[in-house]
Design a protein around this ligand. Structure first.
Ligand SMILES: *[C@@H]1O[C@H](CO)[C@@H](O)[C@H](O)[C@H]1NC(C)=O
Ligand SMILES: *[C@@H]1O[C@H](CO)[C@@H](O)[C@H](O)[C@H]1NC(C)=O
Length: 165
């Protein structure tokens, strides 16, 4: 009987803990992060003269695996350094989710190219990523006219690419 005195409180504590974990698991949020830039060379990638855009609007959308329903989950606006951070509930295992460019703060850098204006994010817990932060690829609006310096710069980037590592 003496042992039961210790066992019961321990069992109760364990049950509380287990219940807490189970409840907590449902409340897990993902923190989707990324950055929005102005592709001022119209290069399709970031360069060392890329400008990051504060005040750009992005939207998180998820499309069902089973039908064409697209849920617009939330929108966010980039901070002074062009970063966005979206807190998303973690129940999207049967959906394809992506962050999408919605609005640029700059009229001269507001063009989007189809399929380049969005970045996939995996919002499932069994994605092999252990924490709740999900990094989306950075997204760029295209500048109307590439900066004059880009011609030279892109040559160098191309050379780097060909000579490899
Ligand atoms: C960007 O990189 C190129 C090539 O390495 C270099 O010539 C140029 O000075 C750099 N520009 C800036 C602003 O860092
Ligand atoms: C689409 O599929 C989701 C499940 O992924 C379901 O919840 C939703 O009701 C479906 N929508 C339509 C219009 O069938």
């Amino acid at each position: 009987m003496a042992k039961l005195q210790y066992f019961l409180p321990a069992l109760a504590a364990f049950c509380l803990l287990a219940a807490g974990i189970a409840a907590g698991a449902k409340d897990v949020e993902f923190h989707v992060q990324g950055r929005v830039y102005c592709d001022n060379c119209r290069a399709g990638f970031e360069t060392n003269i890329t400008e990051y855009l504060p005040g750009a609007t992005v939207r998180l959308e998820c499309q069902s695996f089973f039908n064409d329903t697209v849920a617009h989950l939330m929108e966010g606006v980039t901070d002074a350094d062009g970063y966005f951070r979206l807190a998303v509930p973690s129940d999207h295992e049967e959906e394809i989710c992506y962050v999408k460019l919605i609005e640029s703060p700059r009229a001269d850098c507001a063009e989007v190219k189809e399929n380049r204006e969005r970045a996939r994010v995996l919002l499932t817990e069994n994605s092999g990523q252990s924490n709740s932060v999900r990094y989306a690829n950075n997204l760029g609006f295209l500048k109307e006219q590439p900066l004059p310096v880009c011609a030279e710069l892109l040559k160098i980037y191309k050379l780097d690419d060909e000579t490899g590592y």
